[in-house]
Ligand binder design. Structure first.
Ligand code: TLP
Length: 345
């Protein structure tokens, strides 16, 4: 297999030559002494984009989410999340392990939920109960097949949280995709949210890096936990330079990834035994179900790998394909042809 078309995740992108040049030129210093000017520039940029007061650069989206939880809850508290959220599904039980909190599930279509779900789940102020302290939303929603939260609904959940004295966090690993797909600026999407995590290493194509943004007191608190969790870095300006380059050059082009995802879904919809609705492809994630007669998702992924197309099983019969910076429209067409050739008979 010479050049596999890698659709496993938008995390697989490699830094471009221009991004590497920006990294090589970065001014750096020891960030633990507050000496790295490029990290400072990135954090200021994140504040401007999100409308938040302060931000902290961290190695991963997982760390950004976990700092948000640790800094806005106390051990023994309860948080409200969608059952399919990344925080619940893919962060190795970290809310319990790192923050000592329990989780209640607000369910709803494709990773979204209604303000009423929050009202129904919040615990009364009574000595028997865990104190509910934080609501987490994810936009776009990964396991919700790249769903963009309707902005009004997101704001209504934030308002409901605030009226109940809860904080509201947005996992915005792919908030850039939500913004490009909806045409709504990131800060407008966030409205009155209390904190947001954003990633530079997904669709934006940076090799490493995420940020948590919030009010100054929360970020000050989060910096302590960043150190405690082992995520405080030194000459991190080389990484921040990649993130700044990505913000300057790789945001608008996410529209290409969204168009390619749709193209892929339209082609896959023609394969008998594949269930995918192209109209539901809002951003860069394509989830499709395969009928058992074609094999399990893992078996189908194995056969596709032999054809040079890498995708991920996301359940017994479900497969995820993700479009990104390193796959062109041409490559997507070739990937779709391989699938049709292999399975479309
Ligand atoms: N998601 C990864 C995997 O962990 C599943 C992927 O390939 O999609 N929030 C959301 C919504 C995410 O999708 C991810 C990564 C994260 C947080 C965590 O980011 P990292 O991988 O930087 O810890």
């Amino acid at each position: 297999m010479n050049h596999p078309i890698d659709l496993r995740s938008d995390t697989v992108t490699r830094p471009t030559a221009a991004m590497r040049r920006a990294m090589a030129k970065a001014e750096v210093g020891d960030d633990m002494f507050g000496d790295d000017p490029t990290v400072a520039r990135l954090e200021a940029r994140v504040c401007a984009l999100t409308g938040m007061e302060a931000a902290v650069f961290v190695p991963s989206g997982t760390m950004a989410n976990q700092l948000a939880i640790r800094a806005q809850t106390k051990p023994g508290d309860e948080i409200i999340c969608h059952p399919e959220s990344h925080i619940v599904h893919y962060e190795t039980g970290a809310p319990a392990a790192l923050s000592g909190v329990t989780t209640r599930f607000a369910d709803g279509p494709r990773g979204t939920f209604a303000p009423d779900a929050v009202r129904a789940l919040v615990r009364p102020d009574d000595q028997h109960f865990a104190a509910t302290s934080l609501v987490c939303m994810e936009n776009t929603h990964n396991r919700g097949r790249g769903k963009v939260w309707p902005t009004d609904q997101l704001h209504a959940v934030i308002d409901a949280a605030h009226s109940l004295d809860l904080r509201a966090h947005v996992d915005g690993a792919r908030l850039w995709n939500a913004s490009v797909a909806s045409g709504v600026a990131v800060r407008e999407i966030l409205g009155n949210a209390d904190s947001v995590s954003v990633c530079f290493s997904k669709g934006l194509g940076a090799p490493v890096g995420s940020a948590l943004a919030s009010d100054a007191a929360t970020i000050k608190h989060a910096r302590r936990f960043r150190k405690m969790f082992g995520g405080a870095m030194r000459q991190a300006g080389v990484l921040a330079a990649a993130a700044l380059y990505a913000l300057d050059h790789h945001v608008e082009r996410l529209a290409d990834d969204h168009a390619n995802a749709r193209l892929l879904a339209e082609r896959l919809a023609e394969v008998p035994g594949f269930a995918v609705n192209p109209d539901q492809v809002e951003t860069n994630l394509v989830y499709f179900a395969v009928v058992p007669a074609l094999g399990t998702a893992a078996e189908v992924c194995g056969r596709l790998e032999a054809e040079g197309v890498l995708v991920l099983p996301e359940g017994e019969q479900t497969i995820r394909a993700v479009t990104h910076l390193d796959v062109t429209g041409e490559a997507i067409k070739r990937a779709a042809e391989s699938v049709v050739r292999l399975l479309g008979r």
